[in-house]
Ligand binder design. Structure first.
Ligand SMILES: [Zn+2]
Ligand SMILES: [Zn+2]
Length: 360
């Protein structure tokens, strides 16, 4: 069981982080600090140093914190999790891997081999799970990483820009750098290479930050987002399949006249907005959804009625405690949206064993 990201075995992406981070710091302090104009060098170096230090501290705290489910922690250690909220009366479910009751919103991570409170994702760069215990520090790690990488990008642009427009101070600093004749050109070469790398990194980290801001706005986790997105994709595929079938049916009836021509034109990309088959299938699906929701309402009414003699309580309990059958289903992976991610979902829609590795 992985308690935190500093435990062996380490993974490739984690080791890459440990190599790239010192490389970026070394480049800034050795290649930029001595070659930027004197009045800009100090403030930029201080800003870079402080922001990179904060990113390292928050990254370290995120990696070190154990995001284990509170009930599992109590079960294993006999003492409450440091992040446990006192008197929390959360619903529970049974994890067949941990072999104990865990909080309802926890998920079992395949990489960490433990249930994680409010599972967000397994971060490959830190090689640890992000959950309620370390989500805040994870977000701050991303934020400060973006800030220090942006300062890095801006400093390289400044140095290269001043060098190429012929700023005397920068040219002289570049040429005297490393005490060698022609060192300015070597320095420029290094800076261009690092500009490409840092600009790409800044773009990726910015994307990640915007993604998590969006999740916060919606009040959902990465895992819930992936589930929603997968459901949306399944719905889209179902719609396309039904349109195809309906068109084939209608074409059989229509023969070869004008009606058949309109039906065939509806399948072309330019005619999608006015395709009669799509409109028809959409209406049918909406109608089916309405009927299903009415059916659910009737069902919940029946459940409420039954709950008068205690049946409802039993039904709720059986939803929270997964049967061996649903566990078996939960260990069959349903491939996710990209090659890094797959989600194991149980029949009742609540995932149990998770293999959700985010490249964050
Ligand atoms: Zn578990
Ligand atoms: Zn994990």
């Amino acid at each position: 069981m992985r308690r935190n990201g500093f435990q062996r075995p380490f993974n490739g992406m984690q080791i890459t982080t440990w190599i790239l981070l010192p490389l970026l710091l070394t480049h800034f302090f050795m290649f930029l600090t001595p070659t930027l104009p004197k009045d800009l060098s100090s403030p930029l170096t201080i800003a870079f140093g402080v922001s990179s230090l904060l990113a390292i501290i928050f990254g370290g705290v995120t990696t070190k914190k154990d995001s284990m489910d509170q009930k599992l922690y109590l079960h294993l250690n006999g003492s409450p999790h440091p992040n446990a909220k006192p008197d929390s009366e959360e619903e529970t479910k049974y994890c067949w891997v941990c072999q104990t009751d865990v909080c309802h919103h926890s998920m079992h991570c395949k990489y960490c081999d433990k249930c994680v409170s409010n599972f967000d994702h397994h971060c490959m760069w830190l090689n640890t799970c992000i959950g309620s215990a370390n989500y805040k520090t994870f977000f701050l790690t991303v934020l400060w990483t973006l800030i220090f990488v942006l300062i890095h990008v801006a400093s390289i642009c400044l140095q290269l820009g001043l060098y190429f427009i012929g700023n005397e101070e920068v040219k002289s600093l570049a040429n005297s750098w490393f005490d060698g004749a022609g060192a300015g050109i070597i320095l420029v070469g290094f800076n261009i290479a690092f500009l490409v790398f840092t600009a790409f990194t800044a773009f990726m980290v910015l994307q990640l930050l915007v993604f998590h801001l969006g999740l916060m706005r919606q009040g959902i986790t990465t895992y819930q987002y992936i589930l929603k997105d997968a459901a949306k994709n399944r719905e889209k595929m179902r719609f396309i399949h039904q349109v195809r079938e309906k068109r084939a049916e209608e074409l059989q009836v229509a023969g070869n006249g004008m009606e058949a021509f309109i039906l065939r034109m509806g399948a072309t990309p330019c005619c999608i907005p006015c395709d009669p088959i799509r409109k028809l299938v959409k209406q049918e699906m909406e109608q089916a959804e309405d009927n299903a929701s009415k059916g659910n309402d009737d069902h919940s009414y029946a459940e409420k009625f039954d709950s008068n003699d205690g049946d409802m309580e039993e039904a709720n309990h059986s939803q929270n405690v997964e049967s061996p059958r649903s566990f078996h289903e939960s260990t069959t992976p349903v491939k996710g949206l990209d090659t890094h991610r797959s989600i194991d979902s149980s029949a009742n829609g609540s995932a149990n064993v998770i293999d959700l590795a985010g490249s964050s």
